[in-house]
Design a protein around this ligand. Sequence first.
Ligand SMILES: C[S@@+](CC[C@H](N)C(=O)[O-])C[C@H]1O[C@@H](n2cnc3c(N)ncnc32)[C@H](O)[C@@H]1O
Length: 325
Amino acid sequence: MTLSNLEQRMYKKRLLRLNKPTPVHSLENKTINQNIHEAIPFLPSSFVDLLFIDPPYNLTKSFNSNYFKEMAPQEYGLWFEPWFERILPALKTTASVYVCSDWRSSGILQQVLQKFLTVRNRITWERDKGRGARSNWKNNTEDLWFCTVSDDYTFNIDAVKIRKKVIAPYTDDDGEPKDWQKTGSGNFRLTHPSNIWTDLTIPFWSMPENTDHPAQKPEKLLAKIILASSNSGDFVLDPFAGSGTTSVVAKKLGRRYLGIELDEFYACLAEKRLARAEADKSIQGYAEDVFWERNSLHEQKSISASGKLSKNGKASGGQNLRRAK
Ligand SMILES: C[S@@+](CC[C@H](N)C(=O)[O-])C[C@H]1O[C@@H](n2cnc3c(N)ncnc32)[C@H](O)[C@@H]1O
């Protein structure tokens, strides 16, 4: 997806800039085009159910009008901590927080996060893309820290199950499938997701969700986080919105959202994606209320067409949700 000059002028009119304390209803389903350091002081308190943070990684990288310069590892922690602490009052006591990082900074960020929150897990996801190295292992993973403000938080495990091909299809004494289902396209089981995610791929050029943003996250990744850690109508905040992936997926899944993005072009791109999401609620790799393994479009289509798979144990996609204690 690209953005013309004309579109940028049009979508710019939808963007917010904060210069005074702003009530929640004025922020709902909006994109703020501003530096987080200027915007955070004007956010209301206790309105966020889910905070997703995808900051610039500690690499020298250009983000159109701004760029991030690599610093010493400890300095990256010192850069992260002050604004992170200032954003915490925006969270409800039941909120969850996810923070993205690469392996180099993961340890540093864990130290900062555990000062303020309960760190519950580290998810590592396979990017399915990465540059080979001559004298090192190819870097093909990223981390996601999962934290909560308290022990009272949302976790909808049934909404994030993965439909996997069954390799050893066990049957019971009557010859019936044990915990899997037979279809014309193979045998499948719904499995609990672990903290290693191998069913994702970073958006590549032929995927409809792909934009010009250099660090865009896959919609499927956000779908897992939003479905697991928020309920329908909950408020999702992304302070480094980039091309708007979090807001777009929140919208598709019936959540309220707010994105903050420094670069005007990316903020407008986010608005264009949000406008498209009015008509197209699809999320690649998430269909029939379950997540599918990578490269399984063929099976998805043939099962959908035959309608053979029973909905037993299917994910709820925002209903039938519970709060984990
Ligand atoms: C890693 S990218 C986020 C990508 C996003 N998750 C997506 O899927 O498109 C980080 C973004 O933070 C923005 N950014 C960097 N510093 C910022 C700041 N101080 N305030 C607001 N946004 C900032 C950059 O312009 C960039 O788009």
